[in-house]
Ligand binder design. Sequence first.
Ligand code: XMP
Length: 530
Amino acid sequence: TILILDFGSQYSHLITRRCREHNVYAELMPCTTQLKDIDFKPKGIILSGSPYSVYEKDSPHVDSAVFDFGVPILGICYGLQEMAWQLKGTVDQSDHREYGFANLKMTKIGGSASVDALFEGLGDEMQVWMSHGDQLSAPPPDFHVIGVTATAPYAALAHDSKPFYGIQFHPEVTHSPRGKEVIGRFILNICGCQQHWTMEEFVGKEIARIREICGPTGRVIGAVSGGVDSTVAAKLMHEAIGDRFHAIMVDNGVLRLNEASQVNAMLNKDLGVNLTVVDASDLFLSRLEGVEDPEQKRKIIGNTFINVFEAKAAEIEAAAEVEETAADASKKGRVEWLLQGTLYPDVIESISFKGPSATIKTHHNVGGLLKDMKLKLIEPLRELFKDEVRALGRLLSIPAPLVQRHPFPGPGLAIRILGPVTREQVRILQLADNIYIEEIRKAGLYDQIAQAFAVLLPVRAVGVMGDARTYEQVVALRAVQTEDFMTADWYVFPPEVLKRISGRITNEVKGINRVTYDISSKPPATVEWL
Ligand code: XMP
């Protein structure tokens, strides 16, 4: 295991990813972590970047025991400055940031180490990505330079005798094309990590862990939505404890076309998961009546979801107790656990030493359930990134179209209908969205797009049909490409595909006479319109 200590850089999770891409397990922890408190022995430590400056009053610092721990250390950007600061080098505060590409020359200046393993075999120079304010003006004692750029004379350093390295650039971002190799040199050659982290290993260990947590009788309930994460989590639970896992799908009336019945068929019949679908669409739609404000919509849907889920869970629990005939029936059949498909990026966000970052939109989750129902949380995906969840899904034989599915927000079509939500509006949007996705799939473009969906606009426009003038609604199509949904670009469709989509929507969906395509990037727009 590699321990990554996080000083709050927006790229910290990428370091974790790069390690795992080398099949080495890496865990990200806040920089304030005390080494004596962790329950594993890392083979190496990476210090991340940070938006702070080491000299600021409130800037984060690492437990100085790190430098006496006896394992290799790699400091990245702020991590390098922190290492220099703790080991008595000099960091200069600077008013201007260096941001962008730089050419790193791997020139060894001074020092006594015979090999500087960090850049071994990577040639004389490489392109790297810089993003920093401060930089070193003098290296700490016993360090020597192993790389320079035009503006940074101490762009890469190595200790003369200990396996300590520091780099000013960010090897974890894709803008440093050979950065992954640099990280590989550190974790494989310098730390000597074995490449054991594979999905097969993970599944076996995780199933064993779930069985141990749940014991021979414990029951788990969990919500499924038809999305990748909840489906993979549900299938994993089923593999581990069979029908003692109960999945609940709540039809909130703002799902995609035929979603509830399709999910039911797939999970229940194809994957064998014990699933109950609750049709609560009337309740949701009645509570949403007349509501336009998106945050209000989210709140209503989140709260109603909790109400419906709890009621169903109580039913399941009552039924389970009746089922048990053994002597200690009071102990058996209890629903003790709530499954949640939390992924690693959510975990990272909540473990950051700064606390969770500000939310721009309140994303709906089931946190409220824990308080009310006294359930304990079970999160089998909490170590995984999205693409790892997909790999896990494939390994669990979940059909490919589902594993590759675009994300769908918890509040569903309610945040894609601008204005009040009615059954009629939902129906129009479902049909338009379905045609859109169908045509994207037919054109073979689905997997190139991170998320595509239709949005129903609250305006009417004039059109002509036959000899008659129409005055109908407008639909906007959105498709984005993105790595992490923090930033996104709009997708450039071949014109003939857009033409087919628009032709079909205006012909087949009564109530729509105009189709527009959204050409806004995030930022400044968001992916969803609400
Ligand atoms: P934005 O619109 O914030 O979307 O750029 C980024 C990603 O988050 C999804 N999203 C949500 N997911 N509940 C969810 O479960 C929500 O309230 C919500 N709002 C946005 C959005 O679909 C995109 O994938």
